[in-house]
Design a protein around this ligand. Structure first.
Ligand code: CTP
Length: 404
C-alpha cells in the first residue's frame, strides 16, 4: 500500500471506535502519508487530541474558532491541502450533518470546502446503522461521490452483534490507497474515451397476470455504479435498466425496460458497441402464457408454466461484430467454478462473480468481487459499489487494451 506524498485529512467523530483511529494514524504514516487530524467535540470525549498529536506529529484541530490554528493553517487552506478526507469513525450524526450539507463544526466545514475525495468508515450500533435515516444519508453521500467503507458485522462495544463495526485500520488504508490510485488513473487518461459502452442493470419483471409478476432482489446499484464509472472513464454510456428506484446518473442515456424480452430488444438495438457489460439480474424464465385478467383464487393449488428467456449476454457475445463482453455471476456456492463455467459457456471476455444470499450483495451498498478471464483472476476486496465499479472498469480497460 503506497500513500507516499499523499496528504490525508483524518476526521474523527464521536464514537467508541475512535480508539481505533490511533492505529489508523500509525498505519497511514507507515504507508507514507502525511496525516492531519481533525476531531469533533464529541470525539474528544473518547480519546484525547494529545494522543493523536503525538501519533500524527501535528497539532490536532477541533474548533473552527481557534485563532492560533487559523493563523497557522486556516480551515480553507487545510481543505485545499487534503488529497483525501477520511472520516473514521463516521458517526450517524456526522453522516447526517454531511448529508444535509451542514457546516456547523470544523470537520463538516472542511468537507464542504474541499474537492478532495471523501471516504467514510461508519461505526455505530447496528440498529442506528440499519435505521432508514442513516441508510438514506449513506446513500445520499454515496451518490455525491463519497466512498462508504464498511461497516463490518460482528460483536459491538454496546454488547450487540450485527452490522456497524468500523473496518480495521489495515483495510481502511488499503481502500483509501485504491480510491486514490483510481483517481490518478482517471486523471492521467480518459481511458475509455471514444468507446461506446452498453450496460444492463437491475431486475426484470415477468408478468403472471396484469397485477402480478416474477422478479428478484437485484437493486440495480452495481450496474448503475458501473455505468457511472464507465462515464467517468470517458465512455459514451447507454444504460438499459430494469425496474429500479435509482435516479438516472447525469451524462448517461437510460432506456427503461420491464421484461427480459424488452431488455433483449433494447440491447440488440443499442448494438454495435465496444463493450457490453451485463449486470442485470435477468429472469431466466417467464410465465409461458400470462393471464390477461387477474387470476382469482378459486383453485387450491396453482401451477404456472415457465419457459426459458433468451440469454441476452450469450446472444451479444455471439454477434458477428462482437463487443468485449462482460458478465456477472451471482452465486450462493462454488463461486469460482460456476463463474469460470459461465465465462466459457457464454463465450465471455471477463466475468465478475459475487456471493449472494442472506444479507449479501443484493440491495446492499457494498460488495466484493472475483474478476476472472481466460488466463487470469483478481480479487476485489469488500468495499462500496462505486469503488468496486471503478476498479472493474479499470480491469476491463486493461483487458481491452491487451486484446487490441
Ligand atoms: N444474463 C443475460 N440474459 C439472461 C440471463 C442472464 O444477459 N437471460 C446475464 C446476466 O446479466 C449476467 C449473466 O448473464 O451477466 C448471469 O448468467 P446466468 O447464467 O443467468 O446466471 P444465473 O442465472 O446465475 O445462472 P444459473 O441460474 O445457471 O446459475
Amino acid at each position: 500500500m503506497n500513500l507516499q506524498h499523499k496528504n490525508i485529512l483524518l476526521g474523527i467523530s464521536g464514537g467508541i471506535a475512535s480508539y481505533k483511529a490511533c492505529e489508523l494514524v500509525r498505519r497511514l504514516r507507515d504507508a507514507g502519508a502525511e496525516v492531519r487530524v481533525v476531531m469533533t467535540d464529541n470525539a474528544t470525549r473518547f480519546i484525547t487530541p494529545l494522543t493523536l498529536q503525538a501519533l500524527s506529529g501535528h497539532p490536532v484541530r477541533v474548533s473552527l474558532w481557534d485563532e492560533n490554528h487559523e493563523a497557522a493553517m486556516g480551515h480553507i487552506e487545510l481543505a485545499r491541502w487534503a488529497d483525501a478526507i477520511l472520516i473514521a469513525p463516521a458517526s450517524a450524526d456526522v453522516m447526517a450533518r454531511l448529508a444535509a450539507g451542514m457546516a456547523d463544526d470544523l470537520l463538516t466545514t472542511l468537507c464542504l470546502a474541499s474537492e478532495a475525495p471523501m471516504l467514510l468508515a461508519p461505526a455505530m450500533n447496528r440498529i442506528m446503522w440499519a435505521h432508514p435515516a442513516t441508510q438514506a444519508n449513506a446513500q445520499t453521500l454515496h451518490q455525491r461521490g463519497a466512498s462508504i467503507l464498511g461497516p463490518a458485522a460482528g460483536s459491538q462495544a454496546c454488547g450487540e452483534t450485527g452490522e456497524g463495526r468500523m473496518l480495521e485500520a489495515v483495510d481502511l488504508v488499503k481502500q483509501l490507497a485504491d480510491v486514490l490510485a483510481c483517481r490518478v488513473d482517471k486523471r492521467s487518461a480518459s481511458t475509455l474515451h471514444g468507446k461506446r459502452v452498453v450496460i444492463t442493470a437491475g431486475a426484470t419483471r415477468e408478468a403472471i397476470d396484469p397485477v402480478r409478476f416474477i422478479s428478484n432482489r437485484s437493486s440495480g446499484r452495481m450496474g448503475y455504479a458501473v455505468a457511472e464509472a464507465a462515464r467517468d472513464a470517458g465512455a459514451e454510456v447507454v444504460l438499459i435498466s430494469g425496474v429500479t428506484h435509482l435516479p438516472t446518473p447525469p451524462g448517461i442515456r437510460r432506456i427503461d425496460v420491464e421484461t427480459a424480452l424488452q431488455m433483449r430488444t433494447a440491447v440488440l438495438q443499442a448494438m454495435p458497441c465496444d463493450i457490453f457489460i451485463a449486470t442485470a439480474a435477468v429472469a431466466d424464465y417467464r410465465p409461458a402464457d400470462p393471464a390477461t385478467q387477474k387470476i382469482k383464487k378459486h383453485a387450491d393449488t396453482l401451477s404456472i408454466e415457465l419457459i426459458k428467456n433468451p440469454d441476452i449476454l450469450s446472444e451479444v457475445a455471439a454477434l458477428e461484430r462482437r463487443p468485449f463482453s462482460v458478465g456477472f455471476a451471482a452465486e450462493t456456492e462454488h463461486l469460482l467454478e460456476h463463474a469460470r463455467d459461465k465465462l466459457q459457456r457464454k463465450n465471455l471476455d471477463l466475468i465478475a462473480a459475487n456471493r449472494v444470499g442472506e444479507g449479501l450483495a443484493f440491495d446492499q451498498l457494498d460488495n466484493a468481487l472475483s474478476v476472472l478471464w481466460a488466463d487470469g483472476q483478481i480479487e476485489l476486496a469488500h468495499t462500496d459499489k462505486s469503488t468496486l465499479a471503478r476498479q472493474l472498469i479499470q480491469i476491463i480497460t486493461e483487458r481491452l487494451e491487451s486484446h487490441a
